[in-house]
Design a protein around this ligand. Structure first.
Ligand SMILES: CC(C)(COP(=O)(O)OP(=O)(O)OC[C@H]1O[C@@H](n2cnc3c(N)ncnc32)[C@H](O)[C@@H]1OP(=O)(O)O)[C@@H](O)C(=O)NCCC(=O)NCCS
Length: 169
């Protein structure tokens, strides 16, 4: 019931709306963002050669969230911060709060790591996701999706938990 499609320029107004919603302020988008910022940040990511691959998640055809994956080796600063240099990192959010709290975050993440990541990157790479320790919902979501706690880290100056989804070796 959850499908993923690559982010397009047509999604930018919706992305801007989602990122400015109150539930995004605490952990994901801490400051307001305008459409010019969105274009600057996300336009380069539409190119197939860009290291960050962005997708819109749809439930029964309706867009409700965004998820992205990237190789840690392409982001050495972040890799150093979390103490890993090999694998795929994932970020996600549900933009439309009507879809929150119904298991869709868990389903979206589980489906992405199992079905999308292997086709984008490799079946053998571990996946990582990092959440502020204060973001209990996100941590529970990742645990429910099959991730397990890996180590405590400081990310962006914040006490955070790095979780891992082990893949075939
Ligand atoms: C994190 C997020 C994706 C979770 O999605 P969701 O659809 O709301 O969560 P789900 O319904 O799939 O629930 C996942 C788990 O979290 C728990 N949960 C859901 N809402 C919760 C809440 N408000 N407080 C505490 N736990 C909560 C659920 O009980 C479930 O745990 P369980 O399987 O052990 O019962 C979503 O809340 C979100 O987009 N938050 C804002 C952005 C963000 O923080 N992104 C993560 C940073 S990378």
């Amino acid at each position: 019931m959850i499908d993923f499609r690559p982010l397009t320029e047509m999604d930018f107004p919706k992305l801007c709306d989602w990122l400015n919603r109150p539930h995004m302020r605490a952990h994901y988008q801490k400051v307001p963002i305008d459409i010019a910022d969105i274009e600057r940040k996300y336009s380069p990511r539409l190119s197939p050669g860009h290291p960050t691959r962005c997708h819109v998640a749809c439930y029964r055809g309706e867009p409700f969230g965004k998820i992205q994956g990237y190789l840690l080796q392409d982001y050495p600063e972040f890799a150093a911060e979390i103490g890993e240099d090999d694998g795929v990192a994932i970020d996600l959010f549900i933009g439309d709060e009507r879809f929150m709290g119904q298991g869709l975050g868990r389903a979206m993440l589980a489906s992405y790591v199992q079905d999308v990541v292997p086709s984008l990157f490799s079946e053998t790479l571990n996946c990582f996701i990092c959440h502020a320790k204060a973001n209990e919902t996100a941590i529970r979501c990742s645990l429910s999706a099959g991730f397990r706690p890996h180590r405590e880290v400081i990310e962006g100056g914040q006490a955070s938990l790095l979780l891992i989804f082990d893949r075939l070796t």
